[in-house]
Design a protein around this ligand. Structure first.
Ligand SMILES: C[S@@+](CC[C@H](N)C(=O)[O-])C[C@H]1O[C@@H](n2cnc3c(N)ncnc32)[C@H](O)[C@@H]1O
Length: 279
């Protein structure tokens, strides 16, 4: 693990917990680590994947990420795939899906999920070992998609991954990247998360802390970014820029030229999406 990158540790620990379970069903039942925090003996990987099956077509359609009949010749890269909740649905639509995650344990479970519920011959997995670089050639994919991941990266890593998305998407391709803005509890949650990430490195208590659900989830909260901070520096490299938010978020966009403000009730109130063409 690279030195001085404590934000990666809680995810690596979650990945090791994931690896220790006998199957992806047990991961869903026992941990709830990766997405919804629900646990219980009756949960199944099938139900977990079904939540992705419901969401993926909606995002693909709303964000204009599809190309009619040609999608089985197109490539989508998913940044932060976890155990494949959405990846299964992507493989049913796109000819190649490059699923990327910080943690190799999650990638293994993602492959298991896609083998059961998607088209595994269309899947490639890539480990994002340093949390900020995609080991994929320039101009090689049609769509870059990321959901509930960039908020969990250190701010500089999140911005580096946005740059990487622009690098790997072909001119004329599209990006759909999800971020989290500041909300009322964040002035407490973010500093506490930062303290937990430091404590997780302390011998003795660190190992214990990293296995507690509450502290781990706090440690995951690494950044909040607003549209002007993400889009401002890259807007000249993008076309057809749209910032998508929940309808309750109607404040005008500022610091972002030429972006349309779009709304969709399915978006979490604290989230926003950057959806655009890459020039
Ligand atoms: C909350 S999960 C979301 C997974 C999936 N997108 C979904 O919606 O079910 C966040 C995922 O992002 C991954 N992640 C966190 N930081 C990352 C980074 N810097 N680079 C790549 N993946 C990262 C985690 O390992 C985890 O699998």
């Amino acid at each position: 693990m690279p030195r001085r990158r404590p934000q990666l540790i809680p995810w690596k620990v979650a990945g090791r917990v994931t690896e220790a379970q006998a199957s992806a069903d047990e991961v869903v039942q026992a941990t709830g680590w990766v997405f919804n925090n629900e646990t219980g003996d009756t949960l199944t990987l099938a139900e977990f994947v079904a939540t992705g099956d419901n969401e993926v077509p909606v995002y693909l359609d709303r964000f204009h990420l599809l190309d009619g009949d040609g999608d089985d010749r197109r490539t989508l890269i998913e940044i932060g795939c976890g155990i494949g909740r959405m990846t299964c649905a992507f493989t049913r639509r796109f000819g190649t899906v490059i699923a990327c995650d910080l943690d190799a344990g999650f990638l293994e479970r993602c492959r298991e999920a896609v083998a059961r519920f998607g088209k595994v011959d269309r899947l490639r997995t890539i480990e994002v070992a340093d949390g900020r670089t995609l080991n994929v050639p320039d101009d090689s994919v049609d769509v870059a998609f990321s959901y509930i991941t960039l908020q969990h990266c250190e701010r500089d890593d999140a911005l580096a991954l946005v740059d990487e998305a622009l690098r790997v998407v072909k001119p004329g391709g599209r990006i759909a990247l999800n971020f989290r803005s500041w909300s009322g509890v964040d002035p407490i949650v973010l500093p506490v998360g930062a303290v937990v990430r430091v404590l997780i490195r302390v011998p003795g208590i660190g190992g214990w802390l990293s296995r507690q659900r509450t502290t781990t989830r706090l440690a995951w909260q690494a950044n909040r970014l607003d549209p002007h901070q993400v889009v401002g520096p890259i807007q000249d490299r993008l076309g057809d820029i749209a910032v998508w938010r929940n309808p309750s978020r109607s404040a005008p966009l500022w610091g972002v030229k030429h972006a349309s403000s779009e709304h969709f009730e399915g978006i979490n109130k604290n989230h926003w999406w950057l959806v655009a063409d890459v020039k």
